[in-house]
Design a protein around this ligand. Structure first.
Ligand SMILES: NC(=O)C1=CN([C@@H]2O[C@H](COP(=O)(O)OP(=O)(O)OC[C@H]3O[C@@H](n4cnc5c(N)ncnc54)[C@H](O)[C@@H]3O)[C@@H](O)[C@H]2O)C=CC1
Ligand SMILES: O=C(O)CCC(=O)C(=O)O
Length: 525
């Protein structure tokens, strides 16, 4: 039975959803790093919110961890490159809390405009300070949205409903989408120069870290108000304090902080700052959404191989997963075959899909081909990290889909180009779903894939098969399958032999020493 750990506070519906799906689940929120490291090895899945930090140390201990699910959007608390290297899929729930977070940003904007938290505190103290809390209207004011994705767009729509004029800076926002939303797409400097309110909605990345800092404040209108319900590191907090003290910024509403949990912060106690403790996603509705979604996504992956909302792997629905299963085996076999017969450094890999397979979701198959191909050459390659590993090594990967049927009703062909030459391996599935290799380097063959195999290329001259059988016999090696093919008579011939035991280097040397043998290799699957 697969086992999952929920290591952050989460709606009880997450635990219930796992149990309903037949997944063994432990709910242990509040563990420190050492406690997590001590137990993580037991689990196949990990469901988290933002408190659990899944760093390289945790992942190094996570020997069985196949999937991490973030019940929420931001995954900056997960070391995705280390997870990828570990073969661990990282998923989030990208829409479950977006409405709630957009509503929080709008609430913070209005609270900032009318100083509601400060006025509330003063009134509770019996001060009745009517003249101290003079506010500003938001109607007809300009709001600058930085990051106009899911939440930014929802916030923009709501601000337009409040009769604000919305400007948006987002390099990935298309002009058409801007028109559809009713926002003016602008460059960042124009946004800074024009707006009365700024609301941040980007992820925290190397490009967005400190996007609001000393230089940005210089470009803003005096009396600007800033709302951050995205991530703490987007604003340089020391620079914000200076801008608030100087009066450049009239107020800031912060849900997120550079260091969280924020128990101590230079902005705490500032009369122009209102704060919430990372409550952007904290509504009953959002927490039910993300808890159920994360439990469903993790269960799907662990039980059926379905991949939804993964950040480091192509998506694969639960309906597609069983259809792809036999192809996964075939793709791994073809990739493994091509990788083992390829000696020198890879320049490019082309994966072609023809016939039935071309109608399926081939992205995960390409990942498995790459895993098979790269595994003989590199250590620690898995289906999740194989595309990244190929890219890091400047290997061009091309995926081509031909809807037409060729000689086979379904075919995967892998062509590998190295510095020295080009090789290819093709395979099909028989009606019973059994994988068959049907072509190697342009030579038609037909062989099953056994655990141990010999691949030999020889000049097509009489006597080779007998000599090969003799060597294997003398070494006590039983032949399970034998497939032969050749280029036009007298050219190169290919022999692929399935055997019952692993082939030693000594046997390979004996085969290579045979007259007319050009190559002999031991393969294992
Ligand atoms: N306070 C809270 O509790 C919550 C905070 N969040 C935060 O909100 C962020 C946004 O969430 P979504 O809108 O769902 O993400 P999203 O991915 O839909 O949108 C992010 C947008 O930022 C844009 N972007 C990326 N780099 C940019 C840059 N350098 N400059 C300007 N725009 C850039 C992207 O093009 C994208 O459109 C999340 O990454 C998360 O950090 C999300 C949920 C709850
Ligand atoms: O889980 C939470 O409360 C925080 C949500 C959040 O920041 C996110 O989804 O990115």
């Amino acid at each position: 039975m697969v086992k999952v750990l929920i290591s952050d506070k989460m709606s009880p519906l997450a635990e219930q959803t796992f149990k309903d799906r037949g997944v063994d689940v432990d709910f242990k929120p509040g563990m420190n790093k050492e406690e997590l490291i001590a137990v993580i090895g037991e689990y196949d899945g990990l469901a988290i919110r933002s408190a659990t930090k899944v760093d390289a140390d945790v992942l190094a201990a996570a020997k069985n961890l196949k999937v991490i699910g973030r019940a929420g959007i931001g995954v900056d608390n997960v070391d995705i490159p280390s997870a990828t290297a570990n073969g661990t899929v990282v998923m989030n729930t990208p829409f479950g809390n977006s409405t709630t977070t957009a509503e929080h940003a709008i609430s913070m904007t209005l609270a900032l405009a009318r100083q509601i938290p400060q006025a509330s505190e003063s009134t509770h103290k019996g001060k009745w300070e009517k003249s101290r809390f003079m506010g500003v209207e938001v109607t007809n004011k300009k709001l600058g949205i930085i990051g106009c994705g899911n939440i930014g767009a929802l916030a923009a729509e709501r601000a337009i409903g409040l009769k604000m004029k919305v400007l948006a800076f987002d390099p990935y926002l298309s002009p058409e989408r801007a028109v559809e939303l009713g926002v003016k797409k602008v460059e960042l400097d124009e946004l800074f120069a024009e707006v009365d309110f700024i609301s941040l909605h980007t992820p925290l990345t190397d490009q967005t870290r400190g996007i609001i800092g000393t230089e940005a404040f210089k470009k803003m209108k005096d009396g600007v108000r800033i709302v951050n319900c995205a991530r703490g590191g987007l604003i340089d907090e020391a620079a914000l304090k200076e801008a608030l003290d100087s009066g450049k910024v009239a107020g800031a509403a912060l849900d997120v902080f550079e260091v969280e949990p924020a128990k101590d912060n230079i902005l705490f106690g500032h009369e122009k700052v209102i704060c919430t403790p990372h409550l952007g996603a904290s509504t009953t509705e959002a927490q039910v959404n993300v808890a159920v979604q994360v439990a469903e996504q993790l269960s799907d992956y662990l039980l059926s191989g379905g991949v939804t909302n993964a950040l480091n792997m192509p998506s694969l629905s639960s309906e597609e997963a069983p259809k792809l299963k036999p192809y996964m085996e075939l793709a791994g076999d073809i990739g493994g075959f091509a990788g083992q017969i390829t000696g020198s450094s890879l320049k490019s890999i082309t994966v072609e899909y023809e016939g039935h397979v071309a109608g399926l979701n081939v992205k995960p198959l390409t990942a498995v081909v790459l895993q098979g191909l790269l595994s003989p050459l590199l250590q620690s390659v898995n289906m999740v990290n194989a595309p990244v590993v190929a890219k890091e090594r400047n290997i061009d990967v091309t995926e081509t889909v031909h809807e037409r049927e060729g000689d086979y009703h379904t075919l995967i062909k892998v062509t590998v180009e190295t510095e020295k030459r080009t090789r290819s391996v093709s395979g099909t599935l028989f009606a019973n779903g059994a994988p068959r290799i049907v072509e190697v380097n342009g030579v038609n063959i037909e062989c099953e894939v056994d655990d141990f195999m010999i691949y030999a290329v020889n000049e097509d001259k009489p006597g080779f098969i007998g000599a090969l059988g003799t060597i294997l016999g003398h070494n006590g090696i039983n032949i399970a399958n034998f497939s032969l093919g050749r280029h036009p008579e007298g050219g190169e011939a290919v022999a692929v032999v399935g055997v019952d035991t692993e082939i030693s280097d000594i046997v390979i040397d004996q085969l290579t020493a045979l007259p007319h043998v050009l190559t002999a290799k031991s393969l294992s699957f």
